[in-house]
Ligand binder design. Sequence first.
Ligand SMILES: [Zn+2]
Length: 634
Amino acid sequence: MMRVFTLMFSVLILVACGQDGDVPVSVEKPALDLGHDYFSFANTDQFVTDHLQLDLTVDFDLQELRGSATLSMHRLDPSATDIILDTRDLHIDSVEVGTTPGELASADFEYAQTHPVLGQALKITLPDGLDQQQDLLVKIYYKTDPGASALQWLPAELTAGGEHPFMFSQSQSIHARSWVPLQDTPAVRITYAANIHTPPELLAVMSADNDPQTNRNGEYTFTMPQPIPAYLLAIAVGNIYFEAIGDRTGIYTEPELMAASTFEFASTQQMLETAESMYGPYQWGRYDLLILPPSFPFGGMENPRLSFITPSVLAGDQSLVSLIAHELAHSWSGNLVSNKTWRDIWLNEGITSYLDSRLMEVLFGKERADEERVLSYRELMQGLEEISPAMQALAPVEKLDDPDESQGSLHYKKGELFLTHMENLFGRETFDTFLTGYFKHFEFQSIASETFLDYLDQNLLQKYPGKFNRAQAEEWLFQPGLPADAPVPHSASLTEAASMAARWSAGELALEDVPLAQWSPHAAVYFIASLPPDLTEAQLSELDAGFGFSQSRNAEISRAWFIQVAARRHLPAYTQMEAHLNRYGRTRLIKPVYVALAKNGQDADLAGELFVAARDKYHPLTITSIESGLSAVK
Ligand SMILES: [Zn+2]
C-alpha cells in the first residue's frame, strides 16, 4: 500500500512500513532555504529533541546495533500531529509515544522513499490523546543495517591485534541517522545517555563520560551532559585499553598500538593547557584520544571528550601531531560553537584550522607552523582549480549536493586564511580577544555564517574602524576564489626545498647535496611535490634509491611520493604503491593516488582493479569517496 504525504519542503513518496521501497519514482530534494538545514527531513520547526536515551546491543555476528532509542522531544507547534525524523537503512520494529516512560502507546509510522544522499524520512503519527502534549517521549525499537554508512565492522584480521573484531562510527556529516533515528541536523543539540551491551571481553567507548577505571564486563553506561549536535554522537567497540598521558588526557587503543600512541601524542596535555590559556576553559571534562585501526576514513574526528584518530599519524617522530591540535581545537570551534547547517561548515573547519596552527606555533615554533601553513596553502590553490566557483565561497549561496564532498577541503584552508587575514589587520592580541569572546557568546549554540558575520561586524569591525569592513568580510564568505589582498604564507625552509628540487632536476645539484635527512617531513613533502613534470625514469629511481621514499613510514611523505609515482607511471614503485593503498584506509592518503593513477593515461583499469582488491579494508565513506573520484576521471 502506498500513501503520499507532503513535507513542508518537498513531496516525498511514502512506502508503507514493511515494504522495501522499490517504487520507481524520483524524489525531489528539499528546496533551498538558507536558515533551514536542507540535509535533514526533520520538522524541527514543530518539534525539537532535548535528550536521547540509547539502549543498544552490539552484535558482531550480524553486524548490527539492536535495541531502542528514546527521544525526549519538546513541541514548538501546537497544531503539529506528526514527528518526522531522519533515518538511513534502519530496520524499525515499532514506535511508542507518551509522556512518561511507563505509559507509552504504540504509534503508527511510515518511511518515505529513500533519497540517495539524505536517506529516508520517518513519519511518526502521534497517538490519540497526545495532540496537545508539550513534552513527548518517542521510543523507537530498531536495528541497524550491516551496510550502515556510519558504521564499520572490522573482522579481527583488520585490527592491530588480529584476535578481536572492532566496530566504530563516523557520524559526520549526515550519517548519525544510519545508526540512530533522530533529528540529524547540527541545528539541534541534545544531551544523551546510553546503555551498551557488548561481548564481555570487549570495551565500548563513546563521545561521553568514559571511565578509565570501568569494569570490562560487556555492560557499559554513558552520559553526555553537554548538549551536542547529532554528528558528534560516536561509539567504538573493540579490544580497547586505556593509558593516561596527563591528568585530564589519555589514550584508548588496542594494546599493540599503545606504546607508539603514548609516545606520539605525549604533547596532548600540554596542547590542552595551551588552548585553554588562549581561548578560555575547556568545557568537556576529560580529553582522551581513541587511536583506531587503519581503516578510519579521516585523519581525526572531534567526537567530544574522545577524539577518534587515524593510526596513520603514528610517524614515530611526532611530526604529524598537528592533527591532534586540530581535533582538540574543535572543542571550541565546532563542538562548543557549531555550524548550524553543513553549508556553514567553514565555521567548524576554517576556525579550527586557524586555531590548530596557532597551537602548533606555540608548542613547536613558528618555523614548523609556517611550513604547515604553506603546505595547506598549496592544497588550497590546487583545490581552487578543481572546485566549481559557486562552491568556492566559504558560505555557498548555491545549494551543496553532498555535505561530504562538495567543497573538498576548501572550507578548512580558505577559512584559516580568512582568520589569518583578520589577525594580520587587527593584531594578534585584539583578534584573540575577539575569538575568546565569540566562543563564550555562542557556547553550546549552533549558528549560521550570517550570525557570525553580524557578531564580527559589531564586535570587531565596528569597534576598530578603518581596518576591514563588512563588505570585505562578505567577499570572503560569499565570493569564489580569494580576495586580491589575501595573505600568502611563507616558509624559508620550504622555499629552499622547492629550489633544491628544481636544481637537482636540472642537473645543477647532486642528490647527495640535498640534505633531506636533516629536513622536517614537511620539507620532504614539499620537495616531492615541487618536482618538475619532465623528470626521467632514471631520476625517479635515483630519488627513491637515495631517499627511500617508497619505504617511508611517514604517511604524508608516502602520500606525496605515491601521487608522483602514479601520475608519472613510475612502474618500479608500483608494488610499494599497492602496499600503500592496502596499508592505509584514510581517504586523504589513498584517494589522490587512485585518481592520479586513473588519470595517467594508461592505468585507469589498474586503478579500478587495485581498488576492488583493497576495498574490503576501507570504510563505507572512503569507498564512496574513491568511487566518485574514479568515476569523475572517466
Ligand atoms: Zn576538523
